[in-house]
Design a protein around this ligand. Structure first.
Ligand SMILES: [Zn+2]
Length: 226
C-alpha cells in the first residue's frame, strides 16, 4: 500500500523537544524548506521594507509582532516558487488565534489552487523533566563551537574539546533552570492548546520525541511516508 508523501507540515513541540533539528532533517530529505517564523521576521526587519521597519520597531521594544503581520509575511513566503513543493513550519503557529489565522490564509482560493493546504501537524511529545535535563546540560566549545551535553554527549576526555582540543567551554545564557521552566510554562499556556485544536481537525500526528535523534527521525519518516 503506498501512501502519498506529506509535504505541507507544521512542527509542534515544547522548547528543547528537538523540533528544530527534526525540521532540518526533514527539510533535507524532502527537498523543501523548513520555515522558522523567528528568522522570517528578523529577515524582514533587516530588509528595509515598510513592513520591516514596523517589525523592527516592535522587536526592538521587546513587543510581539501582531498575528496579522506575521501571517502576511508567511503568505508571501508560501507563495515563493521554491516553497510551492511544500513547507515545514517550525515555531509557528504559536497560539490558537495564530492557527486560526493561518487556516484562514491557507483556505483562500489562491492557496487552495496552489495545493498549499496543511497535510499534518507533527507533535513531538517530550516530558518536562526530559526537556529540562536536555537544555540545562548543553554546553559548547568556546573555540570551534562544537555542541556537547553533560550526559548525552560529553567530551571524550573531560574538559578537552574532541574536535580542536580547546579547554574553554561556554553555555547559552538562557539555558538556565529558571528560564527553561518559564519557557515550558509559556508553551503549556499558549501553544499546547494547539494539540486539541489540530486533533479536532484530524491533522495531529503524535511522535515520541524522547531518545536519539535518528530514532525520532525514523518515526517521523514513517508518518510522512518518504
Ligand atoms: Zn573545539
Amino acid at each position: 500500500m503506498s501512501q502519498e508523501v506529506l509535504r505541507h507540515l507544521v512542527m509542534l513541540g515544547p522548547p528543547g523537544s528537538g523540533k528544530g533539528t527534526q525540521a532540518t532533517i526533514l527539510s533535507e530529505k524532502l527537498g523543501i524548506n523548513a520555515i522558522s517564523t523567528g528568522s522570517l521576521l528578523r529577515h524582514e526587519a533587516e530588509s528595509g521594507s515598510k513592513e520591516g521597519e514596523k517589525i523592527k520597531k516592535l522587536i526592538d521594544k521587546g513587543n510581539l509582532v501582531p498575528d496579522t503581520i506575521m501571517i502576511n509575511i508567511m503568505k508571501q513566503t508560501l507563495l515563493k516558487p521554491e516553497n510551492l513543493k511544500g513547507y515545514i513550519l517550525d515555531g509557528s503557529p504559536r497560539s490558537v488565534p495564530q492557527a486560526k489565522a493561518l487556516d484562514k490564509m491557507l483556505a483562500s482560493r489562491q492557496m487552495k489552487k496552489l495545493g498549499q493546504a496543511l497535510d499534518a501537524v507533527l507533535y513531538l511529545q517530550v516530558p518536562d523533566d526530559y526537556v529540562i535535563e536536555r537544555i540545562i546540560g548543553r554546553f559548547q566549545c568556546a573555540n570551534c563551537k562544537t555542541l556537547y551535553h553533560e550526559r548525552f554527549k560529553p567530551t571524550k576526555v573531560f574538559g578537552i574539546c574532541d574536535v580542536c582540543e580547546h579547554k574553554e567551554f561556554i553555555r547559552r545564557e538562557d539555558d538556565t533552570y529558571e528560564t527553561v521552566v518559564s519557557r515550558l510554562r509559556n508553551f503549556r499556556e499558549i501553544t499546547a492548546p494547539l494539540v486539541p485544536y489540530y486533533e479536532k481537525r484530524g491533522l495531529l500526528r503524535c511522535v515520541d520525541g524522547t531518545g536519539p535523534i535518528d530514532v525520532v527521525s525514523e518515526k517521523i519518516r514513517k508518518i510522512v511516508g518518504y
